[in-house]
Ligand binder design. Structure first.
Ligand SMILES: [Zn+2]
Length: 1077
């Protein structure tokens, strides 16, 4: 979306609602008065100020109405940005764009100037105009009678003649287009004289050479490139990706993302060189060639020239059919290394594979191709089938895959003929140069199927030629054969249907909404800004958008062959009765923040929840942490004291109790007001070291504490988080066990239990026997004032959520799972669910998250106790396979977990903040709040309560002595807290009857009951004495928890092992063909 075009060609969109005057502005800088004038005079950006209401400061009750009144107009305004005239001003001889040329419209006394590439966009209302382009040193040029219509901009290009050059006839092009999509389909043929610049660098680039090439282009074209790395190969070579986009580093809402991956097999090198050629081609032609410029403007392109840089260095020029250099340095075939839908992949997941999977989950890719060699064909999913035989294995999107595969093969005449490599495979024939993967031969563990099944991205595999490593002299020929195909394939990302899913109440995008197409069983989901893309072949479809907590919406959509249709879905929340509840006492209120610092903090939380929000925080913060050694008990105590000495205003160190051997169990509080109770602030705790042999968590928490202190009053985001959160860190729960454990002992259980040989994570019961557990229960959990608890442990890489004990149903499971997923998703590899720990290398944990009982069921765990008796959700994070890894691994463990730990600090500010009062405004403490008929919390002093809940709609019941029960519904956002104010009426109605009446009636009933009971008891006691046992049993019944444990302990032993025996996957057939893709 584009609102302001400034001179450097970048643009921005911010909608800001200036509450003071209730005027609405759109702008990109700070308001210091007269900003719209500044924009108009000094930049080529239009800004308007709208007077929205006669009343400058209307009562809050009218705000919703104001929004309703203006919503349509505001959206229309945003759409209008496309209206007008757009194009380029170019030099008639060189064809290059002319910067700073003046564009003037006859009769309008305001000129704009062209951007760096000669580009301009002049907003105009519909009408007919005469427009002039002028630049010093050139003959001005006027084009008359340019028609501007409603809708996308009319395209006008000016070609200016230098005043120094000899006279040549004017060549001007005026292309009026009916839709933005048509812009993309301008092939070079329609441009009378323009010829794009072809790449010149045709040679084999070994790693250092490739690295310099990439850095060179990133350096020469900083406005459209960003060079980044996904991580390192086995031999520590960077896995580079070049991003090419008009806004590098940013996902522009609505703009699809595309990727090419080359050289996955190290000896198949053509793709690697073609992608370097493509980088050169896109960079050199942006701003001058309309096709390239439009593609780069409308698409975020990611190019990965080499997925297997180690293998490449082993391969040999001239290689046609060998496998030397095919695999990575650990000798695994990367295109057999992805989790598969039919076959259990036994090989350990390789670093290159993990890096690429992580990347694919992080970006909203829509379309992709994986470039190989050894044949000449485009191969599309699925790549294997249930039986493991060569047969057509259709995906639900078979038609789309055929269309995008054809878009490539059609432009490569040799490929299109369909008879590749006649001397190696004489009988092979692929009609039109495309084939279903499994129909050719089975590839279990391939990358393209994983893309399709695990992300929203459609990927095909392209075989570029029979020779895997051709001689250098042949490289120009490969570019010539594939250059049109490479571009045409990228353009396919603009097919089908695209748009936004928006919340009808506030107009914001809905993240993770589902877009499903009737009769195609492959839904896609929206990205963070609510945007989605669904590739489809031409036809008419029934498309449904749905999201949790909203009413689904279905539309009939016709897809044409040229360009994507924009279809937006505005969803209405399914909780329609929030408003109607208002008069009756309970009210939900998400806009209650008159306090400007509160508003600022809400914005911060939103920003930190957005894409790259936490990365930004980490980049701007200092983290010169000396995390190079482990802290024994003595070091730990000194470290904590040191923090308190250095940061006395924001820290407080207390002792929760002592261990069996009388070591202290330290608790460090970090807050702007340590020692003071602030019940309105959410409280979070981090606990580590329950198992003394797994001390990584302890070190991570010390690093977190130091990070927060170091950046307080230095980094604004950290400062605000510390100011508004009460953070409690308990780094070592089992100091005795920790003293016994040994560094680099990855599997030993020495130190796991405490000094009395009790595993503390089985001692959290009402009869806790150990001093450590008692200290945590009494001084932490039973305070019941925490909103979230994060426990750190070791021995795998995953997050578990309650319960650890086997139970049939988990209350509030959605929220617990949401919190666990949040941690896993912010970790670079945890969410992939492949811990690859020795002895359990085939373990697969979907999303890196599992219920405790499903992973390792046990009774008496800390998190079960925390949920049941502390009313606080707790998750357990397992940070590494090795219990006690070498200290040299600590820096990377901190790097992996830092973002996740910080995300918990952000998350604790979401959910529902509530305030309970009576009609007179008096706060009611100790009221019971029941959520979704399950979990209960109590209001704190001052009537506050806070509870974390998964995004969506939740029911709230509030109960307090002497008042009538109140019911309410609340909508929870993924990036902001919701607040609820519950107002109790005095309880003068019970079941709809006057209170006095009910009391009288029930009084009478009670008397009758007591009388009857007496008579029965008298009669019975004459007969027998045994009834006393009955009373006895009733009294014993209080401890349900213990009973449940006793019941369940006889129940299930988890049978995760069932997968371990399905290991016969290596078929002969596969080895036979393994030298192909
Ligand atoms: Zn290959």
């Amino acid at each position: 979306m584009k609102i302001c075009t400034s001179r450097d060609g970048r643009f921005s969109f911010f909608g800001l609602f200036e509450s003071r005057l209730l005027r609405v502005k759109y702008f990109s800088l700070h308001v210091t008065g007269g900003m719209q004038d500044y924009n108009y005079v000094w930049a080529s950006c239009f800004e308007i100020t709208l007077e929205l209401s006669c009343c400058k400061y209307p009562p809050a009750s009218q705000l919703l109405q104001e929004w309703e009144n203006n919503r349509e107009s505001l959206i229309t305004l945003i759409e209008k940005v496309h209206i007008g005239v757009a194009g380029f001003v170019k030099d008639s001889v060189t064809g290059s764009g002319l910067e700073n040329a003046t564009i003037s419209v006859a009769g309008i006394d305001h000129n704009i100037t062209t951007g760096r590439f000669g580009d301009f966009h002049r907003l105009l209302v519909p009408g007919t105009y005469n427009i002039t382009a002028a630049l010093i040193g050139y003959m001005p040029l006027t084009i008359n009678n340019i028609i501007v219509k409603e809708g996308p901009a009319t395209k006008v290009n000016f070609t200016l003649r230098s005043t120094a050059a000899s006279a040549t006839p004017d060549t001007t092009e005026v292309v009026a287009t009916a839709s933005t999509v048509a812009l993309l389909n301008l092939s070079p043929g329609t441009q009378s004289s323009h010829q794009p610049i072809q790449p010149k660098d045709f040679r084999h680039h070994h790693f250092p050479d490739m690295e310099i090439f990439l850095r060179r282009f990133a350096n020469e074209y900083p406005n459209i490139t960003r060079l980044y790395s996904l991580g390192k190969s086995v031999e520590s070579r960077e896995l580079y990706v070049m991003e090419i986009s008009d806004n590098p580093g940013v996902h522009e809402p609505g703009e699809p993302e595309f990727k090419y991956i080359g050289n996955m097999h190290g000896n198949e090198v053509v793709g690697r060189e073609l992608l370097l050629n493509l980088i050169e081609y896109l960079c050199k032609n942006f701003g001058t060639d309309p096709e390239v410029t439009d593609l780069v403007r409308s698409t975020r392109i990611h190019l990965m020239p080499s997925m297997n840089p180690d293998g490449y260095e082993k391969a040999q020029e001239g290689d046609s059919i060998s496998v030397i250099g095919r695999n990575n340095s650990n000798n695994f075939d990367l295109n057999r290394n992805f989790p598969d839908q039919f076959v259990q992949i036994a090989d350990p997941t390789q670093p290159e594979t993990i890096a690429v999977m992580s990347w694919m989950k992080a970006y909203p890719f829509v379309l992709s191709a994986n470039l190989h060699g050894g044949s000449l064909v485009v191969n599309y999913p699925f790549d294997d089938d249930e039986q493991g035989i060569a047969t057509y294995s259709k995906s639900p999107d078979d038609a789309v895959f055929q269309q995008i595969a054809l878009s490539y093969s059609k432009e490569n005449s040799q490929m299109f003929q369909g008879r590749p490599c006649k001397n190696i495979y004489p009988n092979e024939y692929f009609p039109h140069g495309i084939t279903n993967g499994a129909n050719w031969y089975n590839v279990p563990g391939g990358m393209q199927d994983w893309n399709y099944l695990q992300t929203n991205c459609l990927e095909v595999t392209i075989e570029l030629g029979c020779v895997k490593y051709p001689f250098e002299k042949d490289l120009p020929k490969f570019w010539e054969q594939n250059r049109r195909s490479l571009i045409q394939f990228m353009k396919q990302v603009h097919q089908g249907v695209k748009g936004f899913v928006l919340d009808a109440t506030d107009g914001r995008g809905i993240f993770n909404a589902t877009i499903s197409v009737a009769e195609i069983n492959h839904p896609v989901t929206t990205y963070k800004t609510g945007d989605y893309w669904r590739l489809l072949v031409p036809g008419t479809y029934k498309i449904t958008a749905s999201a949790q907590g909203y009413n689904p919406l279905t539309k009939n959509v016709t897809v044409k062959s040229e360009g994507a249709v924009q279809v937006n879905f505005t969803l209405v929340r399914s909780s329609t009765n929030i408003e109607s509840k208002k008069g009756k006492g309970a009210s939900t209120n998400t806009d209650d923040s008159s306090d400007p610092t509160t508003k600022e903090f809400e914005t911060l939380i939103k920003d930190l929840s957005a894409e790259n929000g936490l990365e930004g925080l980490m980049l701007r913060s200092s983290s010169n942490l000396a995390l190079y050694r482990y802290h024994s008990y003595k070091d730990l105590s000194e470290f904590l004291r040191g923090l308190v000495m250095n940061y006395p205003h924001i820290t407080n160190l207390t002792n929760l109790g002592h261990s069996a051997e009388y070591r202290q169990i330290w608790s460090l509080e970090i807050s702007n007001k340590p020692n003071v109770s602030e019940p309105e602030e959410p409280k979070i705790r981090f606990v580590a070291g329950i198992h003394g042999n797994a001390p990584v968590g302890t070190e991570l928490l010390l690093a977190l504490a130091e990070f927060l202190c170091l950046n307080y009053k230095r980094n604004p985001a950290v400062t605000q988080l510390v100011d508004r959160t009460r953070i409690v860190i308990v780094p070592s729960l089992n100091p005795d066990g920790r003293e016994r454990a040994q560094e680099k002992d990855c599997t030993s259980k020495i130190g796991q239990a405490n000094a009395r040989d009790k595993d503390l994570d089985t001692d959290f019961t009402n009869n806790a026997s150990q001093p450590e557990t008692k200290a945590i229960i009494e001084n932490l959990i039973q305070k019941q004032d925490f909103s979230l608890s994060v426990a750190l442990d070791g021995g795998s890489v995953l997050v578990t959520y309650p319960y650890d004990k086997p139970v049939q149903t988990v209350e509030n499971k959605e929220t617990l799972k949401h919190l666990a997923s949040l941690y896993a998703n912010n970790h670079p590899s945890m969410h992939l669910g492949q811990p690859s720990c020795p002895n359990k290398s085939d373990e697969n944990i979907p999303g890196g998250v599992m219920r405790g009982a499903e992973w390792h069921s046990h009774l008496g765990s800390m998190k079960d106790y925390s949920v049941t008796y502390g009313h606080c959700p707790e998750i357990t994070v397992y940070t590494s396979c090795c219990y006690f890894p070498s200290a040299t691994q600590l820096p990377s463990l901190w790097a992996e977990n830092k973002k996740s730990l910080l995300s918990m600090l952000v998350e604790v500010h979401k959910g529902v903040h509530g305030f309970v009062k009576d009609k007179t405004g008096k706060p009611i403490s100790n009221a019971v709040i029941v959520l979704n008929e399950g979990i209960k919390v109590h209001t704190k002093e001052g009537g506050h309560f806070h509870v974390l809940l998964a995004p969506g709609v939740h029911n709230i019941n509030a109960i307090a002595d002497g008042y009538q029960q109140q019911h309410s519904q609340v909508f929870v956002h993924h990036d902001a807290a919701s607040s609820v104010v519950i107002v109790f009426d005095t309880d003068n109605q019970i079941f709809g009857l006057p209170r006095e009446l009910v009391v009288t009636v029930s009084g009478a009933t009670m008397s009758a009951l007591v009388l009857t009971a007496c008579i029965i008891w008298c009669i019975c006691s004459i007969k027998s004495n045994r009834h006393k046992d009955g009373f006895h049993r009733l009294r014993q019944h209080h401890d349900e928890y213990e009973d449940e444990i006793r019941l369940m302990s006889t129940g299930s032993k988890k049978s995760l092992l069932s997968h371990e025996f399905q290991d016969e996957t290596d078929t002969e057939e596969e080895t036979l063909y393994s030298s192909k893709h």
